[in-house]
Write a new protein. Structure first.
Ligand SMILES: Nc1ncnc2c1ncn2[C@@H]1O[C@H](COP(=O)(O)OP(=O)(O)OP(=O)(O)O)[C@@H](O)[C@H]1O
Ligand SMILES: [Mg+2]
Length: 245
């Protein structure tokens, strides 16, 4: 179980204090598929990075399976079964796709078959990619899919995907949603997926709308989707007028 207690995150910008997350408390039970959604700049990625330990909250506490992990490093949290896939994955010159998957799996010699299974789940063929370097020669969508495959290889208890759909073509996207559904069905992991995609939102047990550094709404996809739409229109007076007219 993941528990966030009164998480706030502020940064200084010159004289000003910017409050990016404001007193967020939230509990996510095991094996749930939870989608964080909401407007750009709302705080979703910051919240995910705080869970992974890439960003330290200004105040508040993170408990994972009852253990306070607030002051643990990324590596320590990874050992406890938390993994995070970047919105914009880093590239690693000199490291092949096979190396990356092997490192992620913790297996000293990950078989080609296993690599192939992970890559297939994100719509890539091992023959074409295993010996490629994870460098700038890969397209944005390829690097994103390889990053997701490496999270699958890690087989963590808590998987956090930051906009997995970004830059991914429709065919691979369909494959990816199947993969999420499958992981969810087998109950192997808790998943937090940050997404703007209706298709992914509709997979969720629970949807959490993060906006302006707070939790704006929580509920099922059926409850939340109409509210998101209402929120979107509410933010734009011209649109609201058009709709009312
Ligand atoms: N270190 C920082 N310094 C200044 N501003 C920051 C910092 N980190 C995050 N922000 C700001 O905090 C807000 C939340 O950012 P975050 O990346 O969490 O948003 P998001 O909900 O993931 O947005 P998107 O949907 O565009 O990915 C943004 O306005 C961002 O510019
Ligand atoms: Mg983001």
């Amino acid at each position: 179980m993941l528990e966030l207690k009164h998480i706030s995150y502020s940064v200084r910008e010159g004289e000003e204090q910017l409050d990016i997350l404001k007193d967020i408390s939230l509990t996510i039970d095991d094996h749930r598929l939870v989608v964080f959604t909401g407007p750009n700049g709302g705080g979703k990625t910051t919240l995910a990075k705080i869970i992974m330990g890439l960003v330290t909250p200004t105040s508040g506490q993170i408990l994972w399976n009852g253990q306070d992990v607030t002051n643990l490093t990324i590596t320590e949290r990874a050992r406890l079964g938390i993994s995070y896939g970047f919105q914009q994955p880093p590239r690693f010159k000199g490291l092949t796709v096979r190396d990356l998957l092997t490192l992620a799996s913790g297996d000293e010699k990950l078989s080609k078959d296993k690599c192939c299974q992970y890559l297939t789940r994100v719509g890539l063929c091992a023959n074409d990619y295993l010996e490629r370097e994870v460098d700038v020669s890969l397209s944005g969508g390829e690097v994103k899919r390889i990053e997701i495959a490496s999270i699958l290889a890690r087989n963590s208890q808590l998987m956090i995907f930051d906009e997995p759909e970004a830059g991914i073509d429709l065919w691979s996207f369909a494959r990816l949603t199947e993969t999420f559904e499958q992981i969810h069905r087998t109950g192997k992991a808790t998943m937090i997926i940050i997404s703007h995609q209706e298709r992914i939102i509709s997979l969720a047990d629970e949807v959490i709308v993060v906006g302006d550094g707070t939790i704006r709404h929580r509920g099922t996809a059926a409850d939340i989707l109409p509210q998101i739409l209402a929120d979107t229109l509410g933010g734009c007076p011209v649109l609201t007028k058009e709709v009312k007219a």
